[in-house]
Design a protein around this ligand. Structure first.
Ligand code: NCD
Length: 489
C-alpha cells in the first residue's frame, strides 16, 4: 500500500481548498479585482452583473469536475472563465464519467490536469479537494467538498457583506439553519472571525457548529463565546499587534488580539447586519429535520432585523420564504450574481492573467504547516474518525495516507489530531513508540514527539490496537515529560 505514485503538485502551486488558504490581504485583492471587472465589463442596468467579456484568458482552459449536483457554483465558474475569454471543459455527471467505471479521484485529477490550466472540483466527501490538490500540478479550487468547506461561496458572501456595510469589523451576522452540515457556513464563520465580525449562531435543533469548527474559532482565531448575547465575538484588529494563529505560515492573517470584554449593553442591542440562511443539508444526514428555522416576513419584523440583509447561498427549499423576494433586505440573488466577478478574479489571480497581480508565493511552499505532520501509509495505525472523509473512500485507498497535524495543547497538557484532508479532529488516541515499544493513552504524550523523532512514533485509535501490535503500557517511573517542542513539518 506504500506504493502510491508521488503527488505531482509543486509546493508553490496555489490551491484554494479552504478559505484559510487565503490571507486577509489576498481576499481583499480578490475583491478589488472583482470590482475592477464589474467596472470594466458593466451591465449598465445592474451594477452587480458582469455584462461583457474580455479576452485575457484566451489561452487558458478551466476544467470543472463535479461529482455532486450544482447550479450556481459550476455555471458561475464556467461563465467566469468564458467572460475572461477562456475555454471550459466539464465533467459534471459522475454517471457518465470514468468515476462510474471506478476511477479514483487521484487518477482523474492527474489526467485532467493535462487537459486544463486550472480546475474546480466538487465532491460529496470531506477532504476530497485536498486530495485533488495533492495530485494536481495545476491550481485546484474547492467548489464544495462534503460538509467541509466551500471557500469561493464565502468569497461571494463576504464581498456581498462588504458591498452593504462599510466594514466587517464588529458587524453582527446571524447564521441560521444547518450549521453542522453546511460547508458554506464553515468557510463563512472562519472568514467572519478573521475580519472581526460577531457571529450569532441560530442553529436548527441538533445542528450546531461542529465541535472542531467551534474550537478552531476559539483557539486559532481567538474568538470568545459570549453568553451575554449568545454571539461568538471577535477579537483582533490593531495592525500593530500582529498575531499568527494560522495553520499555514505563509498567508499573513493580519490578526491581532484585543482584550475581550463580555458584550456590553451597546453590543447586545446592536442590530443584526445580516441573516445568513442555509437549507437543511438532507444529503448529509440520516435523521429527518425537526423544528427547522424558517425565515419569513414575521421573523424579520423584530426591530433588530430592520436593516439586516438576508443572504442565502441557495438553493432554498422552504427555509426562506419566497414572499421576501420583494423585500428590500433580500440580497440573495445579488449575492449569487457576484459569483461571476468573484470567480473571474480568483481565476485571473491564480493564473496570473493581469500584469502585476497574482496571489503570493511562499518560500518553502504554501502548504508548510506550523504543526508537526504525522504521515503513515493507510493500513498502519489510526485513521480519520470522520467516516465521510475521503480517506474512507475505497477507490482512493492507494492514494491517501493517514495524515494528521499534531495539535499539542500546552495549557491542558492534552493533544489532538487534525486530519489533513477533512480537518476534523480527534482527541482520543493512543501514542506508541516503535523503539521502546511503549504505548500511552494520554494524548498529552504528543509532547514527546518532535520533528527529529517523529518517525519513531505510531498512533493507534485504541489501546487494543497497540497491544495487538506488540506494544506495552508506558510506565512513567517519575520522569517528567519534556516541554512541548514546536516543530515544523
Ligand atoms: C451550496 C453548496 O453546494 O454547498 N450551494 C452553492 O454552492 N451555492 C449550498 C447548499 O447546497 O445548500
Amino acid at each position: 500500500m506504500n506504493s502510491a505514485p508521488r503527488p505531482k503538485s509543486s509546493a508553490t502551486t496555489r490551491h484554494v481548498v479552504s478559505i484559510n488558504n487565503l490571507s486577509n490581504r489576498e481576499v481583499e485583492t480578490i475583491f478589488s479585482v472583482a470590482q475592477s471587472f464589474l467596472d470594466r465589463l458593466p451591465d449598465k442596468s445592474r451594477s452587480y452583473r458582469i455584462g461583457r467579456s474580455t479576452s485575457i484568458a484566451s489561452n487558458a482552459i478551466l476544467a470543472s469536475l463535479f461529482y455532486e449536483p450544482s447550479t450556481r457554483t459550476r455555471l458561475s465558474f464556467e461563465s467566469a472563465m468564458l467572460r475572461l475569454g477562456g475555454d471550459i471543459i466539464t465533467s459534471a455527471d459522475p454517471a457518465t464519467s470514468s468515476a462510474a467505471k471506478g476511477e479514483s479521484l487521484a487518477d482523474s485529477v492527474r489526467v485532467i490536469a493535462n487537459y486544463a490550466d486550472i480546475m474546480v472540483i466538487r465532491h460529496p466527501r470531506d477532504g476530497a479537494a485536498r486530495l485533488a490538490a495533492e495530485y494536481s500540478p495545476i491550481p485546484v479550487i474547492n467548489g464544495g467538498d462534503g460538509s467541509h468547506e466551500h471557500p469561493t461561496q464565502t468569497l461571494c458572501d463576504i464581498f456581498t457583506l462588504k458591498k452593504k456595510n462599510k466594514e466587517l469589523k464588529n458587524l453582527k451576522v446571524a447564521i441560521s439553519g444547518d450549521l453542522k452540515g453546511s460547508r458554506t457556513i464553515h468557510s463563512f464563520v472562519y472568514a467572519l472571525a478573521r475580519f472581526g465580525a460577531r457571529i450569532v449562531p441560530m442553529p436548527a435543533p441538533g445542528m450546531e457548529l461542529p465541535d472542531h469548527v467551534h474550537r478552531r474559532l476559539q483557539q486559532e482565531f481567538r474568538c470568545k463565546f459570549d453568553s451575554g448575547d449568545g454571539s461568538i465575538a471577535a477579537l483582533y484588529h490593531t495592525p500593530d499587534e500582529p498575531h499568527q494563529p494560522a495553520l499555514f505560515p505563509g498567508p499573513d492573517f493580519e490578526f491581532s488580539i484585543k482584550s475581550y470584554n463580555s458584550a456590553s449593553e451597546k453590543v447586545r442591542k446592536q442590530k443584526i447586519a445580516a441573516v445568513y440562511v442555509t437549507r437543511f443539508q438532507k444529503e448529509r444526514w440520516t435523521e429527518k429535520q425537526q423544528g427547522y428555522p424558517r425565515i419569513d416576513a414575521k421573523f424579520l419584523k423584530d426591530p433588530k432585523y430592520s436593516r439586516a440583509s438576508v443572504l442565502h447561498p441557495l438553493p432554498r427549499v422552504g427555509e426562506l420564504d419566497a414572499s421576501l423576494d420583494t423585500d428590500s433586505r433580500a440580497t440573495y440573488f445579488e449575492q449569487a450574481a457576484y459569483g461571476v466577478p468573484i470567480r473571474m478574479a480568483l481565476i485571473s489571480l491564480l493564473l496570473g492573467l493581469e500584469p502585476g497581480k497574482t496571489l503570493a508565493t511562499y518560500e518553502g511552499g504554501f502548504n508548510r504547516s506550523k504543526f508537526l505532520l504525522y504521515d503513515q501509509p493507510l493500513p498502519s495505525g489510526i485513521r480519520c474518525g470522520n467516516h465521510n472523509c475521503i480517506v474512507h473512500e475505497e477507490k482512493e485507498a492507494p492514494y491517501v495516507r493517514n495524515k494528521f497535524y499534531l495539535m499539542r495543547e500546552e495549557e491542558s497538557a492534552g493533544g489532538r489530531l487534525r486530519c489533513v484532508y477533512c480537518e476534523s479532529e480527534m482527541d482520543q488516541f493512543v501514542i506508541a513508540n516503535r523503539k521502546s515499544k511503549w504505548y500511552s493513552t494520554s494524548t498529552g504524550d504528543l509532547a514527546y514527539v518532535t520533528q527529529q523523532n517523529l518517525k519513531d512514533y505510531i498512533v493507534f485509535a485504541q489501546e487494543g490496537d497497540a497491544i495487538r501490535n506488540g506494544y506495552h503500557s508506558r510506565r512513567y517511573g517519575g520522569s517528567k515529560r519534556p516541554r512541548m517542542a514546536v516543530g515544523r513539518s
